[in-house]
Design a protein around this ligand. Structure first.
Ligand SMILES: Nc1nc2c(ncn2[C@@H]2O[C@H](COP(=O)(O)OP(=O)(O)OP(=O)(O)O)[C@@H](O)[C@H]2O)c(=O)[nH]1
Ligand SMILES: [Zn+2]
Length: 298
């Protein structure tokens, strides 16, 4: 049975890139998927039956590593999280929200700080402090600006061989960032217009486009979200510097609130964990603990 990956979904068809051969097949999902409520997603690794060189039917959807609702895509390795230094101002609380949501899907975040050209020297120093904090946690931080000649050099190796999605608020410079590295991306012209336009006037669809031996989703994700799928016990796993220390808390189920001998609170007091990261953790924990219960049909 030939194998491949769904790269595009449009009007009930799935476009499968064969794993071994250079062929791109338009497939229908098998009727049985509808009955079992399995909906194939862009990013899925599948088995398919080819009717001919152009058309076929998906027969098996292989287990997903992860999946996103927005954009509807599976098996994502990393999210390039775009935040502007200014206009809109850098917003650590929002950054931590994005990071938490991304981490909860087992996706690796990479932080891009755009519009660095708009900062005064003093503001640059303030932002540098944040940059150091996030780098200390283990995140890669890439500061950049419109037309930055060094961006491609930094970003292309990050994209190489990975499946990535761009994320970030409106107006932070996601299109500009792609534009800056476009010549190096060697995208096909229609891919370019799609990646930059995001089909505001055309039918919305999601597509994975080939970039530097990797794949990039042409629709940005995570633009708004909540913590609907995170349980309170899981939250500290979304903060890597908490996760690596929580084994030292006295209680295994420690939520790092008021429990005695909490390794996280000790690290905050010793300035090993920035105060604001702990505050944001507490804020998210509160949101999770006070959210309305979800009702499901099963
Ligand atoms: N000064 C400066 N302006 C920038 C930079 N990057 C983007 N801009 C400007 O910021 C505005 C928004 O940039 P976009 O690239 O459209 O932002 P986006 O994230 O794609 O926005 P959406 O399409 O709404 O999601 C535009 O006017 C850009 O020219 C930068 O590095 N420096
Ligand atoms: Zn604790």
């Amino acid at each position: 049975m030939p194998k491949g990956q769904i790269r595009k979904a449009l009007s009930g068809f799935y476009y499968v890139q064969d794993q071994d051969e250079d062929r791109y097949i338009q497939c229908r999902g098998r009727g049985v998927f509808r009955n079992r409520q399995i909906s194939p997603l862009v990013g899925d690794f599948v088995d398919y039956e080819a009717d001919n060189d152009l058309e076929g039917t998906i027969t098996v959807v292989h287990e997903r590593k992860n999946e996103l609702v927005r954009p509807p895509i599976s098996n994502i390795d990393q999210a390039i999280l775009v935040f502007s230094a200014k206009q809109p101002d850098f917003h650590p609380l929002l950054l931590d929200r994005f990071l938490t949501a991304i981490e909860s899907h087992f996706i690796k975040p990479v932080i891009c700080l755009t519009k660095m050209d708009l900062l005064t020297e003093t503001e640059k120093e303030q932002l540098q402090k944040y940059r150091e904090d996030y780098e200390k946690i283990g995140y890669e931080v890439i500061p950049t600006f419109k037309g930055d000649p060094a961006l491609a050099l930094r970003l292309l190796p990050v994209l190489e061989g990975k499946t990535s999605v761009l994320a970030g608020q409106s107006g932070v410079g996601k299109s500009t960032l792609l534009n800056t590295i476009l010549p190096s991306l060697e995208l096909k012209t229609d891919d370019i217009s799609r990646a930059l336009n995001r089909g505001k006037h055309t039918t919305r669809h999601v597509e994975l486009i080939e970039v530097n031996k990797g794949l990039l989703a042409d629709t940005p994700g995570f633009s708004s979200f909540d913590f609907e799928t995170i349980e309170k016990e899981e939250l500290s796993d979304c903060f890597p510097e908490f996760a690596e220390r929580s084994g030292n808390c006295k209680f295994r189920e420690c939520l790092h609130l008021n429990e005695p001998k909490c390794a996280i609170k000790a690290a905050v007091e010793a300035n090993e964990i920035p105060d604001y990261r702990y505050k944001h953790y507490l804020k998210f924990l509160e949101e999770i603990m006070t959210r309305k219960p979800r009702y499901s049909n099963d």
